[in-house]
Design a protein around this ligand. Sequence first.
Ligand code: NAP
Ligand code: ZN
Ligand code: ZN
Length: 319
Amino acid sequence: MLIEIRYAGICHSDIHTVRGEWGPQSYPLAPGHEIAGIVAEIGSAVTRHTIGDRVGVGVGCMVSSCRECANCRKGEEQYCLAGNTGTYGAVDRDGTITQGGYSTHIVVTEDFVVTIPEGIELDAAAPLLCAGITTYSPLRHWGAGPGKKVAVVGLGGLGHMAVKLAHAMGADVTVLSQSLKKHEDGLNLGADSYYATSDPATFEQLAGTFDLIINTVSAPIDISSYLQLLSLDGALVNVGAPAEPLPVSVFSLILGRRSFAGSAIGGIRETQEMLDFCAEHRLGAEIEVIPANKINDAYERVLASDVRYRFVIDISTLD
Ligand code: NAP
Ligand code: ZN
Ligand code: ZN
């Protein structure tokens, strides 16, 4: 189906990709995988969406997968054994390179299109398609809920959604940010506590505290010192994706039967579940809508951790 794109969020992954931090790219490249828009045209085989529907595209980073392998059949298309097709910069089935959401239109198979429920504005919905699902999926998988202590490292695009979602799930939520600059925001987003990681006392005070830590940081951090903050059987899940390896002291895992894990976006079914959850709990992303000519400035502000909490491009301003 053909989708007229209205809004596209700016994910830090766009910046990693555009700058070649994740390896060589095929330029020119239109990034953007937080895409919200309206169905403009449908093919004859389309059954689940119709013209005029409010939809989200490209669940985080993907627009297709094999749909036959064991992981696809489980609804975990993001872990397709044949490799999912990235929303941008991937080789599509016809051999062309996929192009993302900083565009006026996109053609996508309906299997990879989700419905944006009434009650969430399209601009605030766009970041849910990556920042939302990338944090919702591990929170669900590792059982965030009442009685669980969850920490979120990094209060950016993914981090602020992790705080909102974990709070809505009923967990006790702590923000671990580099500084106290966003303290008030963190509490307003739903955090119960907020600490600065620049203060060494934070690591002594919180040792052995959390059942689950979601690390959203885009740069390498000292994982071993964060593992010490987990309680017995706790898990630290990395969703942040710095290009560099993260060294881990094995003792910080052994002493406490702790886990260090990773998680990528979410499947299509779970993405729809996340959108419905957000509608039910009246959650959207905190956004700053910008015209297309401010994209480069927005990138610099994201890199300076000066984003509150997601830039969203108004696609009507594209030339
Ligand atoms: P973002 O908006 O830039 O947020 C990252 C936050 O990390 C910053 O706001 C900052 O929070 C903290 N941070 C940045 N540099 C740091 C440093 N040197 N040391 C400590 N903390 C630092 O980025 P995002 O869009 O949320 O994306 C975060 C990461 O997730 C990126 O690497 C992105 O590629 C990745 N990602 C992964 C998936 C997946 O499927 N796993 C999906 C989407 C994105 P404070 O100011 O609060 O410290
Ligand atoms: Zn993303
Ligand atoms: Zn597959």
